[in-house]
Each structure stands twice: as structure tokens, then as C-alpha cells.
Ligand binder design. Structure first.
Ligand code: SF4
Length: 389
């Protein structure tokens, strides 16, 4: 049976960041134990339903998983190990907020098997950190990296954000340089997406904060990201992700390759055995469901053959290595070139796409206009009748 990945959602935060629309809450700290027990119960219920699968990666995401104590993470990992076969070389990642770390917990996470830490540093500029509502300073981020190394973490990612209100290319350069000087093994550099309904969306639209950088400034920041990471020895392997050799995030690659994963915890999504489903987003609804030992989840659409073919391209093309053409043909019974003859021909002619028998990928220039490529793929697919869903 094929291996799976496990995602564990910890929806707790000290305070909501101004740009955040993730499923996370401040103010449930006193219910941490209850939540951990509910997650453990759900893990047992899912294992009873799907069987004892082999797990290749585990990812504690959030929210802020580092708000849980070492003991709480150990109890979740104990349950995972009791219910599944976690492979000896599994990647076990945890997201952490630099404002929530302490040495005792870090050592306990590491002892529990967590072997990769991903720190949400976002910026090394205190005024920008304050503007987006982060709870930590740049100094605390530096201290967090030192603590993580001392606690034994040999695989460390820093999450950074650019395109922040009022941010200049010079400020982004400074953040990148300071982050690189901390010698992480992996860097994720995301441009800010202004989500409707967040406080930052309102502030920007009502002119209550500095405007977002314009297109020229964003291009300069994109170029800085590519140049400074490359010069420091990080290879881009996905639109926003850069790693030292062998340090790519194996869990995220599972998503980009459209491989199976099980999500547990509030609002966690899963793609298992050809079924897609997700857990409730409401705190009480999730806890009650998990406490009943319920595995009835909300089924999600998006599972038709046509949708899956498009999704395989959309996710795979995010990676510099592109889509596995052989696996595509095996899984869908058709070559990608026969599904999208016009778009692939046109994109190849424009040198935005390159393909051979094994892989279909975007060129560096193609990566920069990825959204346009995806729209063309979708339009070509929609223009033909799909009868085999
Ligand atoms: S720490 Fe992360 S999950 Fe929590 S509010 Fe901030 S961005 Fe959202």
C-alpha cells in the first residue's frame, strides 16, 4: 500500500496577525488539553477507518503549534506512532512562532521526533512586523534560530513575507540578508496576499496604513529573492521555496505531487483513497465530532477526473522540476500533450514551457507568468466536452 502524509492542525494563536485568514483563533489557550485529546481521539478513529498506513511525513501546522507544551506534542506523536507506521526516516515538521519558543519545549519536541522546524519570521524589520501584527521582534527571531539549533534541530526553515505595506526593496534586501546570515537550511519567501475580510485588507483599502509596494517595487523584490538566495547557495525548487541540497520540504512536495494525505484537527483537509474531505472549522463542532470518535467528515468536491488532471498540472508546475509526465499518463490513461495540445504547443513555442517524455515544466520565464499559463490550460480544458468524469 502506498505511503501517506499526515497533517495535524493546531489552530491556536496568541493573537491574530492583521493579514491572516487561516483557521486559527486566539483565546482558547485554556482548552489546549481538551484540543490535544480530541486530536488524539481523531487520529485513533481515522486509523481504525483507513487502517494502519505507513507515514512518510508528518506536519504540525497552524495556527501556532509551538503554543503546545512538549508533553502535549509528545502525547500526539505517541498516538501517531501507536496507530500508524511512521517510517524511520520520516520528515516530522513543526511550524513555530518566534514569540512562543522556549528551550524546554524545543528539546521536548525534538525528543518526540520532530526533526524539522519552520519558523514564521516574516520580516527582520520591527516596524514592518508591528504593522502586520506579529507578536515578535527581529531579535526574538534571531534568538529563536539559535535556540532551535541548540535544541538539536538540523533542518530549519524560515518563512519570510514581502510586498508588505510601505515596504521598500531595500528593506526586503535587508530582511533577506539577515535571514540568510542565520544559515537556515530552507527559505520560504511568500509575497503578501491581501485577503478580503482581514484587518489589513481594510486598512490598506481605507488608506489607514502605508500603501502596498507598486508593481516595479514588487518586480525588484522578486529579482532580489532569486539573486540573493541563489548567491547564498539555495536552489529554487518551487515558486516560493528555496533549499540547500537535499533540504527540500518533503511534506509540501506531497501536496505539489498530489500524493495522498490525511489531515487531522480543526478544518484539516484530506485526500485519501480518491476521496476528499475536511473537518469542521468551528471550534465546538470539531471538538464535539472528535470527542464522539466520529470520522464522518464533510465531503469536498474537486475529485472528478478532469479536475484532478488540471490540479496535477497546476500543482506540479509550481515546482521547478515540473510534472511527472509518465505518472500523469499512467494515472489518467492519456498523455498531457493530448489533453492540452494547443496550450502546450503555444507555451513551448513561446519558451514558457519545456517538456520531454518524462517531465513537463515551466521555464524560468514561464514561472513568472504561471497564472496566465494556468488560465490557458483551464480554458482549453473547458472548451472540450469531458465525458469520462
Ligand atoms: S501566527 Fe500564523 S496562523 Fe497565527 S494569526 Fe499569525 S499568520 Fe495566522
Amino acid at each position: 500500500m502506498e505511503t501517506i502524509s499526515l497533517y495535524i492542525h493546531i489552530p491556536l494563536c496568541v493573537k491574530k496577525c492583521a493579514y491572516c485568514d487561516f483557521a486559527s483563533f486566539s483565546g482558547h489557550m485554556e482548552q489546549r488539553d481538551r484540543y490535544v485529546q480530541a486530536v488524539c481521539r481523531e487520529i485513533r478513529a481515522q486509523a481504525a477507518f483507513f487502517g494502519r498506513r505507513r507515514i512518510v511525513t508528518v506536519f504540525f501546522g497552524g495556527g501556532t503549534p509551538t503554543l503546545l507544551s512538549g508533553k502535549q506534542i509528545q502525547s500526539i506523536m505517541q498516538t501517531v506512532n501507536d496507530c500508524f507506521d511512521v517510517l524511520p526516516d520520516a520528515e516530522i515538521s513543526m511550524e513555530g512562532n518566534p514569540g512562543t519558543l522556549n528551550m524546554k519545549n524545543l528539546r521536548a519536541y525534538h525528543e518526540a521526533g520532530v526533526n524539522r522546524l519552520s519558523l514564521g519570521v516574516q520580516s527582520m524589520d520591527d516596524s514592518l512586523l508591528a504593522a502586520i501584527g506579529r507578536i515578535h521582534t527581529a531579535k526574538e527571531a534571531e534568538a529563536a534560530v539559535r535556540m532551535a539549533r541548540e535544541a538539536g534541530f538540523e533542518n530549519l526553515n524560515l518563512d519570510l513575507m514581502y510586498g508588505l505595506p510601505g515596504q521598500t526593496a531595500q528593506q526586503w534586501r535587508d530582511t533577506l540578508q539577515k535571514a540568510i546570515a542565520l544559515k537556515p537550511d530552507h527559505l520560504s519567501c511568500y509575497s503578501l496576499i491581501l485577503e478580503e475580510g482581514t484587518p489589513l485588507f481594510d486598512s490598506v483599502n481605507r488608506g489607514r496604513c502605508a500603501p502596498l509596494p507598486d508593481e516595479d517595487a514588487m518586480e525588484e523584490m522578486d529579482a532580489l529573492t532569486m539573486r540573493l538566495t541563489r548567491e547564498a547557495g539555495y536552489a529554487q525548487y518551487e515558486v516560493s521555496n528555496f533549499a540547500r541540497a537535499g533540504m527540500q520540504c518533503r511534506h509540501n512536495i506531497v501536496y505539489w505531487e498530489c500524493l495522498p494525505y490525511l489531515g487531522v484537527g480543526l478544518n484539516a483537509h484530506s485526500d485519501m483513497d480518491g476521496r476528499r474531505f475536511y473537518n469542521p472549522q468551528s471550534w465546538e463542532e470539531y471538538l464535539e465530532m472528535a470527542e464522539r470518535g466520529d470520522t464522518v467528515r464533510k465531503e469536498e468536491g474537486g475529485g472528478s477526473r478532469t479536475e484532478r488532471m488540471f490540479e496535477r498540472m497546476m500543482m506540479g508546475l509550481r515546482q521547478t522540476k515540473g510534472v511527472d509526465a509518465v505518472r500523469f499518463a499512467r494515472d489518467f490513461g492519456v498523455q498531457a500533450q493530448d489533453v492540452w495540445p494547443e496550450t502546450m504547443g503555444e507555451m513551448t513555442g513561446k519558451k514558457l514551457m519545456a517538456s520531454n517524455k518524462e517531465r513537463i515544466r515551466l521555464t524560468q520565464r514561464g514561472m513568472q507568468v504561471m497564472n496566465g499559463v494556468l488560465v490557458s490550460l483551464m480554458e482549453e480544458m473547458d472548451s472540450k466536452p469531458q465525458t469520462d468524469d
